[in-house]
Design a protein around this ligand. Structure first.
Ligand code: HEC
Length: 199
């Protein structure tokens, strides 16, 4: 065999080992994991909100994968128990995320159930958390001089709304908040992860 043939053959062998370990094996391990009984599928509003979450790049700053106690202080931060594969049964595509510029949001619905807080925080994060680097999503809101029937007005902290005008949440903003409030994976699960890594 000449050198080129060996190089290519070696490359193919390495590639097939990597594919088996990183793609095939994980797929076989989790493909039949059923949703936990306590996990509700997303309703229509939350599903639309999930699209708004994707479209606005929230995943670039927020993870959805609290880690085990042995692997970091996530539980101590109040982000919840370590997630297991079954928690993601209805997540297509999953939004695990890789960056944590902001807190993990896998249990944000349990940690912060207030719709008013979420709407106001999306409109102006710095009205709630001084110095926050989260962008304000003002384009998800309208400024109105007068409210129309059915308008959802955002209750901002004093001094944060433009004087004399009403901040009204768009449908996208309301859907996004419904999605955030549905993020509650605090139910107990039978551990799929060895005890040593979950404690
Ligand atoms: C540039 C990074 C960045 C992006 C993009 C971003 N966030 Fe944040 N987010 C943060 C940071 C930093 C914090 C912590 C400070 C704060 O609460 O404002 C935060 C906080 C939050 C919180 C409160 C979490 C808690 O535990 O109190 C929620 C909810 C949230 N973000 C939702 C979103 C949503 C929804 C989007 C997309 C529309 C988004 N964020 C986009 C950085 C980001």
């Amino acid at each position: 065999m000449n050198n080129e043939t060996r190089l290519i053959a070696g490359g193919m062998v390495m590639l097939s080992i990597a594919t088996s370990l990183l793609v095939v094996w994980p797929y076989l391990t989790v493909r039949r994991v059923a949703a936990p009984a306590a996990l509700q599928p997303f309703n229509e509003t939350a599903l639309r909100g999930r699209q708004v979450y994707i479209a606005n790049g929230c995943v670039y700053c927020h993870s959805q994968q609290p880690r085990a106690r042995a692997l970091g202080p996530d539980a101590a931060r109040g982000w919840g128990r370590a997630s297991v594969a079954a928690d993601y049964a209805y997540d297509r595509p999953h939004l695990l995320g890789t960056m944590r510029t902001g807190p993990d949001l896998f249990n944000i619905g349990a940690r912060q159930p207030s719709a008013d807080w979420h709407l106001g925080h999306l409109y102006q994060p710095r009205a709630y958390v001084p110095g926050s680097v989260m962008p304000s999503y003002r384009f998800l809101f309208q400024l109105k001089d007068e409210l129309a029937p059915g308008d959802v007005e955002v209750a901002l902290p004093p001094g944060q709304a433009p004087t004399g005008r009403h901040v009204v949440a768009s449908r996208d903003a309301q859907d996004l908040v419904a999605y955030l409030r549905s993020m509650d994976h605090t139910y107990p699960v039978a551990d799929a992860v060895p005890a040593a890594t979950t404690r």
